[in-house]
Write a protein that binds this ligand. Structure first.
Ligand code: HPA
Length: 233
């Protein structure tokens, strides 16, 4: 099966897939955490791999940055390749003072400043939420692994560089834990197309306290998030 953005040449995509934003992170995960790895996509260098973790088949693929990009890939994965469980693993900028870099956030809901939902023509606003099944499993696995997690609402933003410097303070007042750029589209596609989705995020910087990580620290902070997502499968 081939689509405009995924060309598997007959290679398989598993029912459960991990979705980092960066395709090179997908390669890193495949090389360091999975066995029996086969690459299934290289269109636009959006690398995708299928392998095994604890004898279970799992895939991992980059999504690119932003809601349009993850919207395309998750739509094709669900509708053309039969993917059922989509777990985004990404980073976010924290919006609450108590959140530290490396903390793990599980996005129960994904508020957004994007117009993505307008395509559904709903007579109101839609609340993009995680699959309860995946969410409860992730929390249980994190508890079993002794990894602290924060569960709550995040913001999927269309802007990384927003012209309104005060906008994030309004979201902070609403209890939003952190800002990223993809989860809401993933949750909406999953809702519309009958799949299960979850976003697990590592805090890469705190927008309020200005605490930051380096690129290499960011890489190692991903390990806790990957442990949770892989053990869930
Ligand atoms: N904004 C959007 N996405 C992000 C951020 C941010 O501040 N930090 C990490 N991903």
């Amino acid at each position: 099966m081939n689509t405009p953005h995924i060309n598997t040449d007959g290679n398989k995509i598993a029912e459960s897939i991990l979705l980092p934003g960066d395709p090179l992170r997908a390669k890193f995960i495949a090389e360091n955490f999975l066995t029996d790895v086969v690459q299934f996509n290289s269109v636009r260098n959006m690398f995708g791999f299928t392998g095994k973790y604890n004898e279970k088949e799992v895939s991992v693929m980059g999504t690119g940055m932003g809601m349009p990009s993850i919207g395309i890939y998750s739509y094709e994965l669900i509708t053309k390749f039969g993917v059922k469980n989509l777990i985004r693993i990404g980073s976010c900028g924290a919006l609450q003072e108590n959140l530290k870099v490396y903390d793990v956030i599980i996005a129960q809901g994904a508020s957004t400043n994007s117009n993505y939902a307008s395509q559904y023509g709903l007579p109101g606003t839609f609340a993009p939420i995680a699959s309860y099944e995946l969410l409860s499993k992730a929390v249980k696995v994190a508890n079993d692994l002794n990894i602290d997690v924060h569960v709550g609402n995040i913001l999927s933003s269309d802007t990384f560089y927003d012209d309104n410097a005060e906008a994030h303070l309004l979201w902070k007042k609403m209890g939003i834990l952190g800002i990223e750029m993809e989860a809401a589209a993933l949750y909406m596609n999953a809702a519309r197309l009958g799949a299960k989705a979850l976003s697990i995020l590592t805090v890469s910087d705190n927008i309020i306290t200005k605490e930051e990580t380096t690129a290499s620290e960011r890489q190692s902070a991903f390990v806790n998030m990957m442990k949770i997502s892989l053990e869930m499968i």
